[in-house]
Write a protein that binds this ligand. Structure first.
Ligand SMILES: [Zn+2]
Length: 255
């Protein structure tokens, strides 16, 4: 790709990376700031995918967001910290002994990168009219569960012309908690929870979000059978078109 095509163009770009069975999305704001939500699985080379969408001279990434400390969401993060200067990290601060997570935490500490703990009362203004609206979970939930999926950071990226909802691997219990909180969940694009697993994407949750498109990040012929037929049928029944990295590779959306 020509370097000029990688320069800021006044639009918000979201790239759902083709990283196999995991999650990694790169968001580029209208003025060229980068946010990476999750770092893909071990076999997925999120780092190489991300570098394709950044000018070679740009060695900074404004924010990394770790939805939850599972390997299919965090693998490339230590390498990204070694290769780029990262401005801040948004995460839940959940305890986990996973070695890759410990390596990630060690690098954050060594490089003195500010950590923001997800908190629905603290939204993040990125300038350019871009706001990161933290939806869930509440800070006092951290450490209270051993199932990382249901501590996933749920957030919306809001722009004047559309919004994107990310929910990591949140399953129905966390979806219900977010619904009960009364937070505005509506979004134009939904990054479908937990790779299209049947344990996520409850009907009430989808009705509250009312997305015009759902995007699933899942590996081709993955061992989990994601996305599940129940979920495909549910979206079909609600008239929400779906796209998936397993079907079409990297997916780009822009506002
Ligand atoms: Zn996952």
């Amino acid at each position: 790709m020509h370097e000029l095509m990688l320069m800021p163009d006044g639009r918000l770009h979201i790239y759902f990376m083709d990283v196999g069975q995991g999650d990694s999305a790169l968001i580029i704001t209208p003025s060229g700031k980068q946010i990476i939500i999750d770092g893909g699985p071990a076999e997925g080379s999120a780092l190489a995918e991300i570098s394709k969408h950044m000018p070679f001279f740009d060695r900074t990434i404004d924010m990394l967001v770790l939805s939850h400390p599972h390997l299919d969401h965090l693998f490339a993060f230590p390498e990204i910290l070694r290769r780029y200067r990262v401005g801040r990290v948004l995460m839940t601060g959940e305890q986990a002994t996973l070695p890759r997570y410990q390596e990630f935490l060690g690098l954050i500490k060594e490089q003195r990168i500010p950590i923001l703990l997800a908190d629905p009362t603290k939204d993040i203004d990125f300038g350019d009219g871009i706001t990161l609206d933290i939806v869930w979970p509440k800070p006092n939930l951290f450490g209270s569960t051993s199932d990382g999926n249901n501590t996933s950071v749920m957030l919306r990226i809001l722009t004047a012309s559309g919004s994107i909802f990310f929910s990591g691997d949140a399953e129905e219990p966390e979806e219900r908690a977010a619904l009960i909180s009364g937070a505005d969940l509506s979004a134009t694009i939904l990054k479908v929870g937990h790779h299209g697993s049947k344990t996520s994407s409850g009907t009430g949750f989808l009705l509250a979000i009312q997305p015009s498109t759902g995007v699933i990040s899942a590996g081709k012929k993955n061992q989990f059978g994601h996305p599940h037929a129940v979920i495909l049928n549910r979206f079909k029944g609600l008239g929400i078109p779906l796209r998936a990295t397993a079907w079409e590779g990297m997916i780009e959306v822009e506002f």
